[in-house]
Design a protein around this ligand. Structure first.
Ligand SMILES: Cc1cc2nc3c(=O)[nH]c(=O)nc-3n(C[C@H](O)[C@H](O)[C@H](O)COP(=O)(O)OP(=O)(O)OC[C@H]3O[C@@H](n4cnc5c(N)ncnc54)[C@H](O)[C@@H]3O)c2cc1C
Length: 463
């Protein structure tokens, strides 16, 4: 029967497409239902990839205007061609989504275009087709969280989707929410000339991040020109002829004030997206936040229906979704598959980057775990000094008794690449001494990881 498969995945984001590819590699017949006209989900179309393309281009624009001269490169004042920069971003999206299409063909995965509805266990309807299958994986991802009373029009009041496609650099950009997406997209437009104000409800940006990292990074952002209004909530955004009037007040109560903006970016988080799947009718349980409830093997309370990625609990990150997709595919094909949730790195792709894996100092204190901390600043790293990229540090937290590495936190240029070293070490249950005894190439920013490891129980060399 043409419409029968071993596995039907709904949603072709990083969770869904990796699940499909791994399952096909392991011999299952697979169809993926995707309603967008391109594969790759939020991540490739409107998330990770386009935002990183803009971060890259805007950083080089900023560098050209600020640091080239000091390196002896006289190119004059750079002129922004925003249309071309947006085309550069679109090319990145195009290349990546086509790449997934190629992988589907290579692995004989059928892309069924349309919105998937689960009619019953083992039965998915998409357009005029009904797919029969042994297993259904819900990988429908997430959507922008809305602020009640503030209507996103994707022109002047935008979500991240509108913020990666603005046709003009706003004079004043007001970002609601000091999380990863707000700070990354705030950085893009700040580098291109916008005056950026971030309004954050909590007393700090980047909730859940190591406190020392937040303190250091907050100082760096302020130096870059970010205005941070912490412990403040936005109550109203009014459209006026001359722009937007934003009403804010202290989160804990107090005097209200108004701020002017040309564009407001609402980036207060994302919510699980399962609309239209038919979960209620099937009796698939969701939690208070609308996330699909699953067991340790990603199975919902209904046999034959599984869920992964942003639509289930856990960090809303592409690589977390990918790992879940692969682990589940392995299980469905009769193999062992699991995700180590203690070692999921998180990166903020600003400049410098902020990257973490494992526990923060606050989490270790709360859990009553005794630890040693080793820290090394990039001001003492040869490569950073040569490149004039000395902001930030590496911090390693290791168990006081066993010396096992429990958390690594980096603020610095290329922190997002360096954190992989820490993740590898932690996956192998490394001690800080193990890292300290590894030979790192010189001169690299990574040497700061070795020096921080040396600092855990002894002394770094270069301090
Ligand atoms: C601006 C931005 C920047 C980001 N940057 C990063 C980053 O740098 N690193 C990182 O790790 N994460 C980043 N993220 C988060 C990342 O994009 C998500 O964690 C990731 O995409 C989740 O993957 P997923 O497969 O669970 O779902 P998604 O990528 O959301 O994909 C779900 C897919 O399911 C489809 N779908 C939904 N319902 C149906 C249906 N009924 N039928 C058919 N198809 C359906 C949707 O169209 C969508 O294509 C970013 C997000 C945003 C918005």
């Amino acid at each position: 029967m043409a419409d029968a498969f071993d596995l039907v995945v709904i949603g072709a984001g990083p969770g869904g497409y990796e699940c499909a590819i791994k399952a096909a590699q392991l011999g299952l017949s697979v169809a993926v239902v995707e309603k967008r006209d391109r594969l790759g989900g939020t991540c490739l179309n409107i998330g990770c990839i386009p935002s990183k393309a803009l971060l890259h281009a805007s950083e080089l624009f900023h560098e050209a205007g600020h640091s080239f001269e000091g390196m002896g490169i006289d190119v004059g004042k750079p002129k922004l061609n925003l249309k071309q920069m947006l085309a550069f971003k679109d090319e990145a999206v195009d290349g990546n989504t086509k790449g997934v299409e190629f992988l589907f063909k290579k692995n004989k995965i059928e892309w069924v275009k349309g919105e998937g509805v689960i009619e019953a266990p083992g039965k998915v309807k998409a357009g005029n087709r009904t797919l029969e299958t042994k297993n259904i994986v819900i990988a429908t991802g997430s959507d922008v969280a809305q602020l009640p009373g503030i209507e996103i029009d994707e022109k002047t009041i935008v979500s991240s989707t509108g913020a990666i496609a603005l046709e003009k650099v706003p004079g004043k950009l007001l970002v609601i929410g000091g999380g990863v997406i707000g700070l990354e997209l705030g950085s893009v437009w700040g580098r291109l000339g916008a005056e950026v104000t971030v309004v954050e409800f909590l007393d700090n940006i980047l909730p859940g991040t190591d406190g020392e990292v937040v303190k250091n990074f907050t100082r760096i952002l302020k130096k870059q020109g970010f205005a941070l209004k912490l412990g403040t909530k936005v109550t109203k955004v009014e459209k006026q002829k001359s722009g937007l009037k934003v009403s804010v007040e202290p989160s804990k109560g107090g005097d209200a004030e108004t701020l002017d903006a040309d564009v407001v970016l609402v980036s207060i988080g994302r919510v699980a997206y399962t609309a239209g799947l038919g979960l209620d009718k099937l009796g698939v349980k969701t939690d208070k936040r609308g996330r699909v409830e699953i067991d340790a093997g990603y199975k919902t309370n209904v046999d034959g229906i599984y869920a992964i990625g942003d639509c289930v609990a856990g960090p809303m990150l592409a690589h977390k979704a990918m790992e879940e997709g692969v682990a589940l595919a392995e299980q469905l094909a009769g193999h062992y598959g699991a995700v180590n949730y203690d070692v999921i790195p998180g990166v903020v792709y600003t400049s410098p980057e902020v990257a973490s894996v494992g526990k923060t100092e606050e989490q270790l204190k709360e859990a009553g775990i005794d630890y040693n901390a080793g820290k090394f600043p990039f001001t003492a790293n040869g490569r950073a000094k040569a490149n004039k990229t000395t902001e930030g540090f590496v911090k390693i937290l290791a168990d006081k008794k066993t010396d096992r590495v429990l958390g690594v936190h980096i603020v610095g240029v290329n922190a997002g690449e360096m954190i992989a070293e820490a993740a590898i070490a932690m996956e192998f249950s490394s001690s800080s001494e193990d890292i300290a005894r590894i030979c790192f190439a010189h001169p690299t920013m990574s040497e700061a990881v070795k020096e921080a490891a040396l600092a855990v129980t002894g002394l770094p060399i270069h301090m």
